[in-house]
Design a protein around this ligand. Structure first.
Ligand SMILES: [Zn+2]
Length: 352
């Protein structure tokens, strides 16, 4: 995948900077330290604060209160929110059992319905998922999590014990979402939940058996000839084949236990960067995230403008109950009208 979890090459720089600070710092100096740590995470395009940097920051600020520090990271990253409609900046910071902190902000998208918005908590969970964190201990938010996010976070194993932290209170998710409807109301015990490593049956997503569903700029519907994805895409240029393995890996990363409709997207931006997104479902359905929302979160984490999308390859399952094809095309028409889109269905092994 294009975006692997990465080590922080600036860790030494951060450590040196923080280590150079005097022991007794003013409140403003504390804020400077927090802001620099967050700015470094944002500048690296990761939105991740590695455990070593978190530990160094705790020592520099002489605090043992990990949740209070988490809240300060959330407050600081809210500067990077993109809320053109509400102008209400939200920041989130989630701490994994690895000790790493995953940041998120709210992203609103002009000219499309409000339900395309990405909430800061969802963004932070996407950051954790993209970096292969399997479990979260706590999440801090600048404001109380909305009902949508409480439901989305309930998709995690042991969600009732997830500590939610705001300026005013700290509560386990179970207290924020009493008598909850959740994954186990629909799934069997032992099923893989959000963030957990899945053992995907790759045979169900075999790129050797693919059909095109939509090709940008072609008026007639694509042929439904079944052939390898690479052969289908090579007719449209090498760039598309470069996106194919990225979209396929994104599809494998999808969390779709309710519809079995895995979907993955790979995008090329005008800067040359490539980004991926995958579907993330929720037992209550509506708080689910589309692969396009996930790829938007990844682009924002890398400081990219969503209008810079040039190419979008969407891979879906044939005959799936859930399809993202139309929504992806309509959304991109509004925010990146020059973007070329190709949609392919893969995994027709039963037909073959
Ligand atoms: Zn929310």
């Amino acid at each position: 995948m294009a975006e692997r979890s990465r080590t922080n090459p600036d860790r030494a720089v951060v450590t040196r900077r923080l280590g150079a600070r005097p022991r007794a710092m003013s409140a403003d100096a504390h804020e400077d330290v927090i802001a620099r740590v967050v700015d470094d995470a944002v500048a690296l395009g990761s939105f991740v604060i590695l455990e070593s940097v978190v530990s160094t920051t705790r020592r520099a600020l002489s605090t043992d209160d990990a949740d209070a520090l988490l809240l300060r990271f959330a407050q600081s990253v809210s500067r990077y929110a993109r809320p053109p409609t509400s102008r209400f900046h939200v920041g989130a910071a989630a701490r994994g059992t690895s000790g790493n902190v995953y940041l998120g902000v709210n992203v609103e998208i002009s000219a499309v319905p409000l339900n395309h918005s990405i909430h800061a908590e969802q963004f932070a969970l996407v950051t954790a998922n993209a970096n292969d964190e399997c479990k979260l201990e706590a999440i801090a938010t600048t404001d109380a999590p909305c009902g949508h996010c409480r439901q989305f976070m309930n998709e995690l194993r042991d969600a009732p014990g997830l500590r939610c932290v705001t300026r005013k209170w700290r509560s386990p998710l179970a207290e924020l979402l009493p008598h909850a409807f959740g994954p186990m109301d629909l799934l069997d015990d032992g099923e893989t939940l959000l963030l957990e490593k899945s053992s995907v049956d790759a045979s169900g997503m075999n790129p050797q058996f693919a059909t095109l569903a939509y090709v940008h700029g072609e008026k007639s519907p694509p042929s439904d000839d079944l052939m390898p994805l690479t052969r289908l895409l090579e007719r449209h240029g090498d760039d598309w084949n470069a996106l194919a393995p990225l979209a396929l890996e994104a599809m494998r990363k999808a969390y779709a236990p309710y519809s079995s409709s895995r979907a993955g997207i790979a995008i090329k931006a005008s800067c040359g960067g490539t980004f991926v997104g995958w579907s993330l479902e929720c037992a209550a359905y509506n708080p689910s995230m589309s692969p396009l929302q996930v790829v938007f979160a990844r682009m924002v984490a890398h400081g990219k403008d969503l209008s810079s999308i040039e190419q979008c390859l969407l891979l879906e399952c044939p005959g799936a109950h859930v399809k993202y094809d139309c929504t992806v095309r309509l959304t991109l028409e509004k925010i990146a009208p020059k973007a070329a889109v190709i949609v392919a269905n893969i995994g027709h092994e039963n037909i073959a």
